[in-house]
Design a protein around this ligand. Structure first.
Ligand code: GLV
Ligand code: MN
Ligand code: MN
Length: 386
């Protein structure tokens, strides 16, 4: 698995900084796509780029008329992210498709897909490439802005891409999608299991809450005469935390706050806070959101993984004599978008080290576990493509 780890290291180094820095629809993400396109060609895959820049590498099967079998993940990262989140599923996918094909004749075409802007840490919503493919973009998705004011529409134009067809281009539908991903949690390590399969992915509500006040002199405006937007936002952050705790099984995060005018000696007049709430079912998600009516969010519904692909992964793990631990994914993944669009999807997790740390440079897994994951992914792909 040295080649996989070496390639992950090359991707990790692309954007500079203390960790992986490949924001969605950025130059660094493009550089990652260019590198991986080269690796796909080296592996004999036919490379295509779709209308939003998702990268697809195909290895033709004996029956190209049959629906294809896909694997893959994303190549963008959070700021100062880790080596494995997303990239493992793409780089490991190229390796697994090659391995699957080396095992003999396969009927269905095998494809590796690298989706654009999964994280959403730049424009807010994420899962952009897979949602565009599946016709699941919201009408205002292209007008979402990054911190510098650039819209998704402008970022696409910067990559030479016109606005995509809102209906998507998932026809013909693939027969299955398998996503291999680092677990990003400590369940597998706790069970002493290198690999696991997700039964489903939590629902994710992402958005913002905005607060307004009055910009006034910090030295001359008495405390009881202030309208301080940041104090209102602070109350909001704690109310959101308390609601998530009270409902249970829900996580809620305010990870970014923008304060205007943003001066030490001016009462804050405007605050924009990010909101990220996740729950295994829509009822609990809605119960938390009800406590924070100021939040305006976009919801990606919780979704179960499909029995066929999940069974193929579970059997491939069991064939190696290992337990196939089942867990619910608390992280969002492109697989949830494809599943919601009707593609039978399965999600393979690889044990995280470092206490499950992820979305940080400390994210880790072992070379042995990566090797096992690629083998299992190849076996499952072979079965689904047979
Ligand atoms: C993606 O990694 C997410 O779940 O935030
Ligand atoms: Mn990911
Ligand atoms: Mn991530």
């Amino acid at each position: 698995m040295e080649r996989v780890l070496d390639r992950l290291e090359q991707l990790f180094a692309l954007g500079g900084g203390a960790g992986a820095n490949r924001p969605g629809l950025s130059r660094a993400e493009q550089a990652a796509h260019d590198l991986v396109a080269g690796w796909m060609e080296e592996a004999g895959l036919r490379v295509d780029v779709d209308p939003v820049g998702n990268l697809v590498g195909r290895l033709h099967g004996a029956r190209p008329d049959l629906p294809e079998v896909w694997t893959g993940s994303h190549l963008d990262s959070v700021p100062d992210g880790g080596r494995f989140d997303g990239a493992l599923g793409v780089v490991g996918g190229v390796e697994a498709v090659s391995l699957a094909a080396a095992g003999g004749r396969h009927e269905r075409t095998l494809a590796v897909v690298a989706f654009r802007d999964e994280e959403g840490s730049r424009f807010g919503r994420g899962l952009f490439g897979s949602r565009a493919l599946c016709g699941a973009l919201e009408p205002d998705d292209l007008e979402q802005r990054d911190a510098g004011g650039t819209t998704v529409r402008e970022a696409l134009a910067g990559l030479g891409l016109p606005p995509p067809d809102p209906a998507g281009w998932l026809e013909p539908m693939p027969a299955a999608f398998l996503e291999c991903h680092v677990e990003q949690g400590a369940v597998l390590a706790g069970r002493d299991a290198p690999l696991g399969v997700a039964t489903g992915v939590v629902g994710v509500a992402r958005g913002t809450a905005e607060f307004s006040g009055l910009a006034r002199h910090a030295g001359t405006t008495p405390m009881d005469a202030r309208e301080d937007a940041l104090c209102a936002a602070a109350e909001f952050v704690l109310r959101l935390r308390d609601a998530a705790r009270a409902v249970g099984g829900v996580v809620a995060t305010v990870g970014r706050i923008e304060v205007e005018p943003g001066a030490v000696n001016v009462v804050p007049a405007r605050v924009r806070a990010s909101v990220d709430v996740r729950a295994p079912d829509r009822e609990r998600l809605d119960a938390v959101l009800a406590a924070v009516p100021e939040a305006s969010v976009h919801v990606t519904e919780p979704v179960p993984m499909a029995p066929g692909p999940t069974g193929a992964l579970r059997d491939a793990i069991a064939a190696g004599g290992r337990p196939a631990v089942e867990l619910v994914s608390g992280a969002g993944h492109d697989a949830m978008v494809l599943a919601a669009a009707g593609v039978p999807a399965g999600l393979l997790f690889v044990r995280s080290l470092a206490g499950g740390a992820s979305h940080c440079p400390e994210e880790a897994t072992s070379a042995d576990d990566v090797g096992l994951a690629v083998g299992v992914l190849a076996a499952a792909l072979r079965r689904l493509a047979a």
